[in-house]
Ligand binder design. Structure first.
Ligand code: LRH
Ligand code: MN
Ligand code: MN
Length: 388
């Protein structure tokens, strides 16, 4: 039997980080549909993130992306976040949007471009110092489109050299989270295409280098929970970029496409001790809301992660273990599915009320009139968006 009050305590302590870029305008390469009231500045993105925390109680930090969130005074940005009741979380780097990076950033054959890219990564560690962030998120679009275009091995050497230089620069309580992605924008060979390649680079460097699993960055059918189990076992799971995919890197709301997969992932997190804050697994969202309202989209996503977590915490581990040890295939599967099929919404509603929150965060946010207010306040000026 599962202890419900222990489950509630664990859920109360949950921490889900929202990304600044979710609040701005975004779209596909075909069209960006502008929405009224979206933030014009990094400060306004933080204001919107604070709304998500206000109604869910479990989203106290917001990731920033440089240079999308570049400001003159980062300490002031961190103070702004604190004033709004949140803090700045991971600093995301961007070495994919400059013309110079057409043939790669840190793996570019041109040493001058490699130097420029590394300079940006190191500057992002300076920003971490200023905002008090512990996590540097690294994602590289580096790769090649045609066989023979560049030397695959030399590109690994260049990657290793850049990562070592960043590692060297990290402070005592800082780490980097290394993302991988199967393809796009490179279509033939990506320099960090999978968890194994990221893991190998991180392993060589040491404890301050960890792998981040973006749930949208795998081939269809990949067993992501296996990757999670493996990385946790090796102490190398730095965190998640949560989102949903149907086809490629769709960046849809987490838990929308496949809530069962999210449950399976959270089950492995719980099983591997990754839910204990001491393990340092960061639960971040990496999403874009192209056609749906953005703040509501983030609130819904946070709730989806909470629901999957609640179900994972409800797995009757003793019964599961007994069935597994007895070789009872269907019995074990039934215990697992019982947890997944539990309706945890009443439990979460009750928990929110115990936390002094409204039982229904979406309804409470909609009733607050915040969106109508910011639509009015933000009429003038340029809306910030993905890549702005
Ligand atoms: C790359 C990615 C990475 C970026 C973010 C905007 O696809 O997942 O994390 O920084 O999208
Ligand atoms: Mn990502
Ligand atoms: Mn992505």
């Amino acid at each position: 039997m599962t202890d419900i009050s222990a489950v509630k305590d664990a859920l109360r302590r949950q921490h889900i980080e929202t990304p600044s870029w979710a609040y701005g305008n975004s779209g596909t390469r075909f069209k960006v549909f502008a929405q009224a009231g979206v933030p014009r500045t990094p400060q306004e993105k933080i204001d919107d993130a604070a709304q998500v925390h206000r109604y869910t109680g479990v989203a106290p930090s917001v990731a920033i992306h440089i240079p999308w969130d570049a400001v003159d005074d980062y300490a002031a940005l961190a103070a702004h976040a604190r004033d709004k009741g949140v803090r700045i979380g991971a600093v995301n780097t961007n070495v994919f949007q400059d013309d110079d990076y057409m043939l790669g950033s840190v793996t570019n054959p041109d040493p001058a471009i490699r130097k420029k890219a590394l300079g940006h990564l190191l500057a992002c560690v300076d920003i971490m110092d200023e905002v008090g962030s512990n996590d540097l998120k690294l994602w590289f679009s580096d790769g090649t489109n045609y066989p023979g275009q560049d030397d695959l091995r030399a590109r690994q050497d260049r990657m290793a050299e850049a990562l070592a230089a960043v590692y060297e620069r990290l402070g005592d309580d800082q780490r980097f989270l290394l993302e991988y992605k199967l393809f796009e924008p490179a279509f033939y060979a990506t320099d960090l295409p999978d968890w194994g390649t990221s893991y190998a680079h991180c392993l060589k460097l040491g404890p301050k280098a960890q792998v981040v699993v973006d749930t949208g960055h795998h081939a269809p059918g990949t067993n992501i929970e296996f990757i999670v189990a493996f990385l946790l076992r090796e102490g190398k799971l730095g965190g998640f970029d949560f989102n949903s995919r149907f086809y490629a890197d769709d960046d849809l709301m987490v838990g929308a496409a496949d809530p069962f997969q999210l449950f399976r992932i959270m089950h492995e997190v719980v099983r591997g001790g990754g839910y204990d804050p001491a393990t340092g697994v960061a639960f971040m969202l990496d999403q874009c809301h192209n056609i749906e309202p953005k703040i509501q989209g983030q609130i819904r996503s946070v709730m989806n992660v909470q629901e999957a977590t609640a179900k994972a915490l409800l797995v009757d581990v003793d019964a599961l273990r007994a069935a597994q040890n007895a070789g009872d295939v269907l019995g074990a599967n039934a215990v697992y599915m019982d947890a997944y099929n539990t309706d945890v919404r009443p439990l979460l509603a009750e928990l929110r009320e115990e936390m002094g929150l409204h039982a229904d965060p979406i309804a409470a946010y909609r009733a607050s009139g915040y969106l109508e207010r910011v639509i009015d306040e933000r009429k003038d000026g340029q809306a910030a968006g993905w890549g702005a």
